[in-house]
Design a protein around this ligand. Structure first.
Ligand code: DMJ
Length: 443
């Protein structure tokens, strides 16, 4: 973290990202200091308080959204709003609350659609919201359902209940839909709230919608039954429709469903499901010993093992963006063999280690870390790589902010048995790994 932060601080301080090879700053998110804001709570949790307060001063003196135009509502919420809120929750510094409220008010314009289903894009300095052309005007499942943890926490600390109401309304609308097996198509029309395709996935564009069913229920003190019921129905659907086993090794995976037919692939993004299923099992209202919780815990462990194998079976020891499953040869990398420093597998390792205490997860995390260190480290930071099957790789000139927000944080927490972070009793991580306290614990 010191290495990555120092590279960002030296070459890109206050910009969205540092380019880890050309050593320049760039602003792919509109110029909101994304890496800085996304990194704050990681700095705090690692005891890098000097760096944290240097970041705090930049937020206080320079962070402004007045000049920022059209942005992704989802990405800005999970990275920037989530980053500010966690920095506030851990440090108590009012600066973060003020900036979070300003950003939240701007982002909340996205809820102004005829159905209440938010648009995917909003103009931060212009009170206009819309969907990108490539979705044919649809909003995306993961995007409409992965802003609630943030807006509900913002409502709590500002007393502005409407943030919570608008965010919860998305799941209330989705709960009125009759879906097969509790699973939801990924395209939604924001005008009438109807589904606009029939693809079901726990990978890109679907994933964290399911994660937030569980997390909202936990964040709200396990009182909002509809969140937990939607989650349990969806997990039933996962078991009944999507879980498959590879041959010859019997690796469990969660396939995609395209209009009724299975697509035997699994995105790296799906690897959050190991941790999510385990958390769901340990908090199951039927009890951890119930058949349902045991079923989910077993799948949690099996998926996490598969995700570990997605790393271990590559020549670099690093997982590709997705793998295909082929009868007789288990998993084979597809045509997207890159690794962009994603966190989902180490996220599941952290959660499973915290919940079960099994040290195997720490060993696997250490192995993954060693591979990242070997193939992704540059002289100033860490870089994505274009092909995990090639040990003679060049590196790509990009370091996404989630490497510091998530991958580094989860790897560190995985090796820190004394951490204050407590996923069962105290904290809810947003999908960008920003932990805030459960709402009843916030004064
Ligand atoms: C992050 O922004 C979040 O974890 C999100 O849920 C998925 N994509 C990236 C990391 O892979």
């Amino acid at each position: 973290m010191k290495h990555a932060w120092e590279g960002y601080r030296t070459y890109a301080f206050g910009m969205d990202e540092v380019k880890p090879i050309s050593k320049k700053g760039h602003n792919p998110w509109g110029g909101m200091g994304t890496t800085l804001v996304d990194s704050l709570d990681t700095l705090w949790l690692m005891g890098m308080k000097e760096e944290f307060y240097e970041g705090r001063d930049w937020v206080r003196d320079h962070l402004s959204h007045d000049h920022v135009g059209q942005v992704s509502v989802f990405e800005t919420t999970i990275r920037s709003l989530g980053g500010l809120l966690a920095a506030y929750d851990w440090s108590g510094d009012e600066v973060f609350k003020v900036k979070a409220l300003d950003l939240g008010e701007r982002l909340a314009h996205a809820f102004e659609s005829p159905s209440g289903i938010p648009y995917g894009q909003t103009v931060l300095n212009g009170h206009r919201s819309m969907n990108a052309g490539w979705t044919g005007g649809s909003s995306l499942l993961a995007e409409i359902g992965t802003i609630q943890v943030e807006f509900r926490y913002l409502a709590k600390i500002t007393g502005r209940e409407e943030f919570k109401t608008k965010a919860d309304n998305v799941f209330k609308i989705m709960n009125t839909k009759r879906t097969k097996d509790g699973l939801y198509p990924i395209y939604i029309n924001p005008v009438n709230g109807n589904f606009a395709n029939n693809k079901i996935t726990f990978g890109a564009m679907g994933d964290s919608f399911y994660e937030y069913m569980l997390k909202c229920w936990l964040q709200g003190g396990k009182k909002e039954d509809y969140y937990r019921e939607m989650y349990d129905a969806a997990m039933e659907g996962v078991h009944n429709k999507l879980v498959q086993k590879s041959t010859p090794s019997g690796l469990s995976y969660i396939a995609d469903l395209n209009g009724g037919s299975l697509d035997h692939k699994m995105d790296h993004l799906v690897c959050f499901m190991g941790g999510s299923l385990a958390l769901g099992a340990y908090t199951d209202p039927l009890g951890i010993d119930s058949p349902r919780a045991q079923r989910d815990l077993q799948l949690a462990k099996a998926i996490t093992y598969t995700c570990y194998q997605m790393y271990a079976r590559q020549p670099t020891g690093i997982a590709p963006e997705f793998v295909n499953f082929r009868a007789g040869s288990d998993m084979v990398p597809g045509n997207a063999r890159f690794y962009i420093l994603r966190p989902e597998t180490v996220e599941s390792l952290f959660i499973l280690n915290q919940l079960t205490g099994d040290p195997a997860y720490r060993e696997w995390g250490w192995e993954i870390w060693r591979a990242i260190e070997k193939f992704c480290r540059t002289d100033v930071a860490y870089a994505s790589i274009p092909d995990v099957t090639n040990t003679k790789n060049r590196q790509d000139d990009r370091m996404e902010s989630f490497f510091l927000a998530e991958t580094m944080k989860y790897l560190y927490l995985l090796q820190d048995p004394d951490t204050e972070v407590d996923v069962l009793r105290k904290h809810v991580f947003n999908t960008e790994a920003h932990p805030t306290r459960m709402l009843d614990l916030v004064e």
